[in-house]
Write a protein that binds this ligand. Structure first.
Ligand code: SF4
Length: 295
C-alpha cells in the first residue's frame, strides 16, 4: 500500500443526490476495505491512479480546512456526511486519527453529522460522538449486507465482520445517538437469500436500529466490468446467473419486485417499517427536535 499525505484547501463537497445528505467530507482518497462492488474506485482516475484500494491519500489538515469551511459566512450548518467515496474508519484511520479532530470541529460549530461505515473502529470515538450529539444531530449508519463470514471475507476483505458491525448498534443507541442499517448492496444469488436478509433484520431489530434500508447492487459504468471479474474469480458459478439480470446499470424489474416483496414480508415479521429521511438543512430547521424517521 502506498500512502501520500496531502494538504486540502477546502474539504466540504456538494452532491446533488436524493439520499442521506448533500454535503460530504472525505478525509481520505482511496479505501483499503477493498469491497468488490465498490462504485467509488473509478474516482481515482482523476488522481492519475487505478489503484483505489492501494494508493491512499491522507488529507492531514482536514480538521483545519473544515474549520475554515464551517467559518465561512455563507455556510448554513447543513448536515454533512462522512464519507461520500471512502470509509472514514478504514484501517489507516487507526494510525492517522483524523476523525476525533473532525468530530471536535463539528462540535465547535455545532454542525450535524452523518457517518456511514463498515468498521468497528468507530467505537473508539463513541464518547466524542455522544458529546457532539448533545449539541448537534448525529446519525450513524452501519453498512451491512451479508452475515455469512465466509462470503463477507471475500467481498469486503478488510472491513469488520458483519456481526461485530451490527453489535455496534446497541452501543450507539445506548449513547442516545440515532443509528440504522444500510443493507446494501445486495448481490443477486449471493446475499439475497431470505435467511441472510432475515438474519440482518433480526440483528438490526434486536440491537435497537432505528431504520433499515435495503438496496440491490447497481452496476454503473466501469464498476460492472470490475465486479464481474471479481465474481468470476471468487464465485465462478454465479456469473452466468447474474449477468442476464443487468442489461443496464439496474437490476431486472421482475427480480427487483420479488426482492421488494421479501423485504415487505420481513418488515411485517419484525414490525420494522422505519426509513431514514434525508438529513437536509430544511428538515433540521423545520423540526428542531430532529425526528428524521417515519413509519
Ligand atoms: S467501504 Fe465503501 S469506499 Fe471502502 S471499498 Fe468498501 S464500498 Fe468502497
Amino acid at each position: 500500500m502506498r500512502i501520500k499525505e496531502i494538504s486540502a484547501k477546502s474539504v466540504l463537497h456538494y452532491h446533488d443526490r436524493a439520499f442521506s445528505t448533500n454535503w460530504d467530507i472525505n478525509p481520505y482518497r482511496g479505501c483499503a476495505h477493498k469491497c468488490i462492488y465498490c462504485f467509488a474506485q473509478y474516482s481515482h482516475k482523476y488522481l492519475d491512479s487505478n489503484e483505489f484500494f492501494d494508493d491512499l491519500l491522507v488529507k492531514t489538515n482536514v480538521a483545519e480546512a473544515l474549520d475554515t469551511d464551517f467559518s465561512k459566512r455563507n455556510w448554513q450548518g447543513c448536515p454533512v456526511n462522512l464519507c461520500g467515496v471512502t470509509d472514514p474508519y478504514q484501517p489507516i484511520e487507526k494510525q492517522y486519527k483524523l476523525m476525533p479532530r473532525i468530530i471536535e470541529t463539528f462540535m465547535c460549530h455545532k454542525n450535524p453529522m452523518v457517518i456511514t461505515t463498515k468498521s468497528t473502529l468507530l467505537l473508539r470515538d463513541l464518547d466524542l460522538l455522544a458529546e457532539l450529539n448533545k449539541v448537534a444531530y448525529v446519525n450513524i449508519q452501519i453498512s451491512a449486507s451479508v452475515i455469512d463470514e465466509s462470503i463477507r471475507s471475500k467481498i469486503e476483505p478488510n472491513a469488520s465482520p458483519t456481526i461485530e458491525r451490527l453489535a455496534m448498534l446497541k452501543e450507539i443507541t445506548n449513547r442516545g445517538i440515532d443509528t440504522g442499517v444500510l443493507m446494501m448492496p445486495i448481490i443477486p444469488f449471493l446475499t439475497d437469500n431470505i435467511e441472510n436478509l432475515d438474519a440482518i433484520f433480526r440483528f438490526a431489530k434486536n440491537n435497537d436500529a432505528r431504520n433499515i434500508i435495503p438496496a440491490i447492487i447497481h452496476l454503473r459504468g466501469e464498476t460492472k466490468k470490475c465486479f464481474y471479474e471479481h465474481i468470476q474469480n471468487l464465485f465462478p458459478d454465479l456469473l452466468q446467473k447474474i449477468t442476464p439480470l443487468f442489461k443496464g446499470a439496474y437490476v431486472d424489474k421482475s427480480y427487483a419486485e420479488k426482492f421488494q416483496r421479501n423485504i415487505m414480508q420481513l418488515r411485517k415479521k419484525y414490525n420494522f417499517y422505519n426509513k431514514m429521511h434525508r438529513c437536509s438543512c430544511e428538515a433540521l430547521h423545520k423540526e428542531p427536535q430532529l425526528n428524521l424517521f417515519s413509519r
